[in-house]
Design a protein around this ligand. Structure first.
Ligand SMILES: Cc1cc2nc3c(=O)[nH]c(=O)nc-3n(C[C@H](O)[C@H](O)[C@H](O)COP(=O)(O)O)c2cc1C
Length: 398
């Protein structure tokens, strides 16, 4: 039996009660692909590789995952990097392969090549702000070249027999918010859904996402619109959905910090209790992620680099996690990084235990996550706690 602490949430999702706003449906249809729940892991180069996508899927609560961006030109040339990035695992379906490029012919050809991998969806990147991508006319450059963008969508649409989606930003800068018009042109060319990161290219990742601008895209099209940008918690997901009227929610950075976030959002949308990981489960999740990275790569330097990248995002909800980040950043080998993680969590759990005993002594009520601490062990015991959590979440996924 799952003894994980939970907190109650309202039976009706908060956003569903707002006058004039339809509730978010439990299923999002992207062409013939069923995305249920309507929660999507955002593509993130260097973070959401096959390892992470598989791990996140195992948690439940994620309706769709997207590969990191893949260069259409490289895929056509057959480079190892592009083929690796476009590889998908059966247990992560439904999954979209994201392509980027500026030439409609090359995009269409690479989309056909992708079909061998059998993705459920082909996604086209129209949001990448990096100069290396935009100076070739791809990624966010398409936000100010709508004719080319439409030609790409039309060519890919004709080339493949599966849904085509677009991931875009709001526009190039604040003076050219082209997303509604771009989305409309994409729909006319046969796109099945769009995801909108509510920032302009000029903003890169600065400032706050403008969720209200997603509403303008939603008003311009009749295909599903997925909202993205700065969703960091259940509360912000519900707020984004309410402000934008989007049909689904896409989460990027915060899902690396908190791999349970999509599950938690899906639980809130379904009006179910929200899963709250214990410290022990957070430790095991992180170690599992590290173990999977090691299993996929033989080069210790590359493994350590990836571990540091992951830990860079791992500070949410873990008390004192900044010190964990510092310690792992100074590690000289993958083994040292794992040892630092174990040291950090051993200490954190000891401190949590002391706090609980002090609170018990003072007759104070314990909070739910702390009270679970007594049931947890470390090492093998904790590992099996983690497995139980994964299994129980899979079963409980909406
Ligand atoms: C490290 C990193 C890599 C990213 N790589 C991609 C990518 O390959 N394709 C893409 O469409 N967006 C990419 N993005 C953008 C994210 O998908 C997402 O739109 C953005 O991070 C905003 O969402 P968030 O606030 O939930 O993180 C990347 C973002 C980050 C931080």
């Amino acid at each position: 039996m799952d003894t994980t602490p939970t907190v109650p949430v309202p039976a009706v999702p908060a956003h569903a009660t707002q006058p004039g706003l339809a509730p978010v449906p439990a299923v999002l249809h992207v062409g013939q692909v069923r995305v249920a729940p309507p929660t999507v892991l955002a593509p993130m180069e260097g973070l959401t590789d096959a390892t992470f996508r598989t791990l996140l899927r195992a948690m439940g609560g994620c309706g769709l995952v997207v590969t990191e961006l893949v260069s259409a030109r490289e895929l056509r040339l057959g480079t190892a990097r592009a083929r690796r990035a476009a590889r998908i695992a059966e247990d992560t379906r439904p999954v979209a392969i994201q392509l980027y490029g500026a030439d409609p012919g090359t995009m269409a050809e690479s989309a056909r090549i992708c079909e061998d991998e059998g993705p459920d969806i082909i996604d086209i990147n129209m949001g990448c702000p990096s100069k290396a991508v935009t100076r070739r006319g791809a990624g966010a450059a398409l936000l100010r070249d709508l004719d080319r963008a439409a030609a790409i969508v039309g060519a890919v649409r004709k080339a493949v027999n599966r849904p085509v989606t677009i991931k875009m930003r709001l526009g190039w800068d604040a003076t050219s918010l082209t997303a509604p018009e771009l989305a409309r042109r994409c729909e006319l060319e046969g796109a099945d859904a769009v995801a909108v990161h509510a920032r302009t290219r000029e903003e890169m990742y600065r400032g706050s996402a403008h969720w209200e601008e997603i509403a303008r895209v939603k008003a311009a099209v009749s295909i599903p619109v997925i909202g993205n940008g700065d969703v960091t918690s259940v509360g912000s997901a519900l707020r984004m959905l309410r402000v934008s009227g989007a049909d689904g929610v896409m989460v990027g950075r915060a899902a690396v910090r908190n791999p349970w976030l999509l599950l938690q959002i899906s639980q809130a949308l379904a009006g179910r209790p929200i899963f709250r990981p214990t410290l022990s489960q957070q430790r095991e999740m992180l170690l599992e992620h590290f173990a999977r990275v090691r299993a996929r790569c033989d080069h210790p330097g590359a493994v350590l680099g990836r571990m540091k990248r992951i830990i860079g995002y791992w500070i949410d909800g873990v008390p004192n996690a900044e010190s964990l980040r510092r310690q792992v950043f100074h590690a000289r080998s993958p083994d040292e990084a794992v040892a630092e993680v174990n040291r950090f969590f051993d200490q954190a759990m000891r401190e949590e235990g002391t706090a609980i005993r002090a609170a018990d002594g003072a007759g104070t009520n314990r909070c739910a996550p702390c009270s679970s601490f007594r049931r947890e062990g470390t090492g093998e015991r904790a590992r099996s706690d983690f497995r139980r959590a994964v299994v129980s979440n899979e079963h409980g996924k909406p």
